[in-house]
Design a protein around this ligand. Structure first.
Ligand code: SF4
Length: 304
């Protein structure tokens, strides 16, 4: 038996003893995805975190995701095996930037991407994910929307609404998706002319414009499963291809070259997952003063 098989068996045993659920983002490495009870995008995982009966939530993802799970479950223990896995995009929105924008646009509502810190979320009217951003914006009463922090997602939303989208800050972006350059995509398209191109809305506008489909990771999963095409070019973090191969067998998936890899998503592995469950360590706790304020805009989204 390999070390990984032994560790996986130990994790399953501990999981039962602790009454724990393992949630993993679509970008996690294959070994972690294979151990998870639920694999999904931020919205799916937030919903699971809200409705689980488990006493312990083991969150395999990055900081803001585990924080969101903790905010929604103040009575539960949320563990993050790789405590140092931080999303650089979330770090691009310090609260003072929002405060300045709010003063400049006093009538605007603040729609904030889930990829933000708990402290930043306390300034939001509502949270959104890439899967529901347009719907969330459309649900707001104001015609002016301060949209934070991803400028490419802001562009995507602006193409689909008549409301005025004001990106804050105007340089916010996911370093992984923003680095998928149009020339990389064009080269792959030339190599595989029959493949459909599906991309994430955190990609650059020039990449969005040449795509056959744009969607959240959940949307991309559905697209490759339901579209009759046999071949796809995947414009997002490469981790999702493992899940696509499992759930859409017989189809062919081409990653972008150079491979878009989120270093932070890959910090979780089965060793630190095992250690977190064994020692009940790396607990994520959001101070109640912040959590109580941040919970409202998250619940507003979940209730939409
Ligand atoms: S892929 Fe981008 S948005 Fe997602 S965690 Fe990594 S840096 Fe953050």
């Amino acid at each position: 038996m390999s070390d990984n098989t032994l560790l996986s068996a130990e994790i399953k045993k501990l999981q039962k003893e602790r009454n724990a659920i393992i949630l993993a983002h679509n970008y996690q490495c294959p070994e972690v995805q294979d151990l998870a009870d639920v694999i999904g995008d931020s919205l799916e995982l937030a919903r699971q975190a809200q409705k689980t009966d488990a006493d312990v939530i083991v969150f395999c993802g990055v900081d803001f995701m585990a924080e969101t799970a903790s905010i929604l479950n103040p009575g539960k223990t949320v563990l993050m095996p790789a405590k140092e896995a931080q999303c650089p995009l979330a770090a691009m929105l310090p609260p003072d930037v929002i405060q300045v924008a709010k003063e400049k646009y006093p009538d605007a509502k603040v729609v904030m991407y889930v990829n933000t810190t708990a402290a930043a979320k306390t300034y939001a009217d509502i949270i959104c994910t890439s899967g529901n951003a347009v719907k969330v914006v459309e649900s707001m009463e104001s015609d002016e929307i301060l949209f934070a922090p991803d400028k490419n997602l802001a562009y995507y939303v602006q193409q689909r609404t008549k409301k005025k989208i004001i990106p804050i800050p105007n340089y916010g972006m996911c370093i992984v998706h923003d680095n998928i350059k149009p020339e990389y995509v064009k080269t792959i398209k030339k190599k595989y002319p029959n493949a459909k191109l599906t991309v994430h809305p955190e990609c650059l506008p020039e990449v969005q414009e040449i795509a056959d489909h744009i969607g959240s990771t959940k949307g991309m999963m559905e697209y490759v499963k339901n579209d009759p095409s046999k071949e796809f070019i995947i414009g997002t973090e490469e981790g999702i291809i493992h899940r696509m191969k499992k759930e859409a067998p017989g189809k062919i998936f081409h990653p972008i070259n150079p491979l878009p890899t989120c270093r932070n998503m890959k910090k979780t592995n089965i060793q630190n997952l095992y250690e977190a469950l064994l020692d009940m360590k790396h607990e994520v706790k959001v101070p109640s003063k912040i959590a109580d304020k941040a919970r409202k805009p998250i619940e507003r989204m979940l209730n939409l």
